[in-house]
Write a protein that binds this ligand. Structure first.
Ligand SMILES: [Zn+2]
Ligand SMILES: [Zn+2]
Length: 165
């Protein structure tokens, strides 16, 4: 059996499967992708549409233009796909893939909208969760509570979701 690649939304209502390794990982800085992802850019990787299938729930779609629909989970809002209907390819959001770290972007698009400070972003101070410039923060005390009540779907397929208690 050949390897499949799985992914889905934060709440787990929508899960999908890729029947081959997607290619062409990129980030798109265009203003439409920024808005659709609520972020500085959209991280995407694509494959033939016939190799993509939803395995749990149903994706909702927003036609951001006549030819393009953007798939998302209507229960939690996670952006899942970019689908140019004039092509036989579909792209998935890299962050929604279970093995997201396997897809380093190879190109950047939408350069005209790239945030002017984008190339500086790796130089700003960086901390683990619960740490800040002053050291460990009050937020750290809340981390066990967040972990204990975490409703995010794990990075693998599950038989039942939400888990049966
Ligand atoms: Zn969801
Ligand atoms: Zn874009």
């Amino acid at each position: 059996m050949s390897k499949t690649w799985s992914g889905g939304c934060q709440c787990g209502a929508v899960r999908y499967e890729l029947l081959e390794r997607p290619t062409g990982a990129h980030i798109c800085h265009c203003r439409m992708c920024q808005k659709a992802f609520g972020s500085f850019f959209a991280p995407l990787v694509g494959l033939p549409r016939a190799k993509f299938r939803v395995t749990r729930g149903e994706m909702s779609n927003f036609h951001s233009s006549a030819d393009v629909q953007r798939g998302f989970c209507k229960a939690c809002g996670t952006p899942l796909t970019f689908d140019d209907l004039t092509e036989d390819r579909i792209s998935v959001s890299i962050g929604s893939l279970d093995e997201h770290s396997a897809f380093m972007p190879e190109n950047q698009y939408g350069l005209e909208s790239r945030e002017p400070w984008f190339n500086e972003i790796t130089k700003i101070p960086a901390y683990d969760s619960g740490e800040g410039a002053e050291g460990v923060t009050a937020y750290a005390a809340r981390l066990p509570g967040f972990a204990a009540t975490n409703r995010q779907h794990p990075d693998h397929d599950t038989k039942d979701w939400p888990p049966k208690r």
